[in-house]
Design a protein around this ligand. Sequence first.
Ligand code: ADP
Ligand code: MG
Length: 456
Amino acid sequence: MVIDPPEPVAPITPLTTSTATATTVVATTPVTTPAATPVATPAATPVTTPAATPVTTPAATPAATETAPPHTTSATTLTETKKPSKEEEDARVAEEIDHLMKTVKGLPDYYKLIDKIGEGTFSTVYKALDIRRDLYHNGDWEPQLMESEEEQKTMNQYVALKRIYHTSSPRRIANEVYILRKLIGSPCISPLITAFRQQDQVFVVMPYIPHDDFKKTFHEMPMLEIKSYMKALLTALHYLHKQNILHRDVKPNNFLYNRRKRTGYLIDFGLAENEEEGRKLEEYTAKVDAKSQNNMFIQSIMGYVKNDARHQVRANRAGTRGFRAPEILMKVTRQTCAIDIWAAGVILSCFLTGRYPFFLANEESDAMMELAQIYGYREMKKCASSHGRTFSTNINIPLSRIPWFKLVEHLNKEAIQSWDTKDYKDALDLLDKCMDLNPKTRITATDALQHPFFSS
Ligand code: ADP
Ligand code: MG
């Protein structure tokens, strides 16, 4: 809601149509207004860090972004767009691949693109045949992926070629490559083979990792597989966090789990960053906040302040909805590796409740209300105040917390019967520790791997 600063009470104009936004406030002390902070600061610097450059000659670059036509809300002009058939889609992908093979000079000498396997805002990922594989030393990464030498010889001729669009900031691209290079050899983390740039397009090459679709398979996984999934994910986070790097976007689509092999690999380091970066932002914000201390005139008022002259809280809010830790929702500037553990906990909650996604809210304030429905008013208030924020709402939420076992019993009763009682109890305890509202007491990846859940 929006209020005029001089008014002592809150007259209300909803900020959005969302119910929670109209009534929920996380006010900061002393700063309140929400500030969008894009993770990747657009910079004018050219890309420089990509590693080995097998392909270098400039060539015509295909348009990297498709901008969607502006949406219209008028009922009279809305037309239903027909979903392309499988054949149409295949033809479109074949055309796109053909175009790339012709326009990215040198590409056909190294890779034969076979299929498109992923498409996001900043990149497209292709499956490709690594034509020159046998000419290179692959010993750095092959043993990590393949069990036997035989398998190494026969299987992995394929690579995943991630084409990062030029719309992604150079800083973000360089960061992704830099972090992947740093992590080479880390268990359960996708190895980097190489990276190359052609004009404004960057290609990151990784081994192709055969994996199962989480959405289709998570509810079929027995407890033993839930354990291997979580163990592989926490192993990846253990090695990542050991280097003080936060992934920032832990979710099933970024963790390629193979059911047959019972292991998985963390991918997509586009949002990853060193904890140190977060610390710098915190210091900067603290300095600016200190200057705006004299603007504390509305601490007791509910709602967002209209035309608020005070400094806005700047916090990294990268990540994917449903997986953001409470401290991200509360715009805490100093974010730590604990945010990844929260996201891993959300994945465990999907397994246990049989719901994916588990959290559904689009808006951040709605996301906070989803949390409040589980954790209750008291704990949310405590959590907010530990971050120097104020949590206040006139939406009906329980005063105290709903224990996880009650939720699981309510949502996934049948599955509980198939689980060993000790496993189930341990899983609940681990979930509780991963989804601790307080990042300071939240379990670390290293400790989580020692949890009794993994000991049997
Ligand atoms: P984005 O930054 O666009 O999310 P990702 O790196 O997450 O890109 O890759 C998008 C999708 O491409 C993944 O969810 C996965 O399905 C597929 N993918 C990415 N890397 C690999 C890989 N090494 N092996 C197999 N599939 C992959
Ligand atoms: Mg991704």
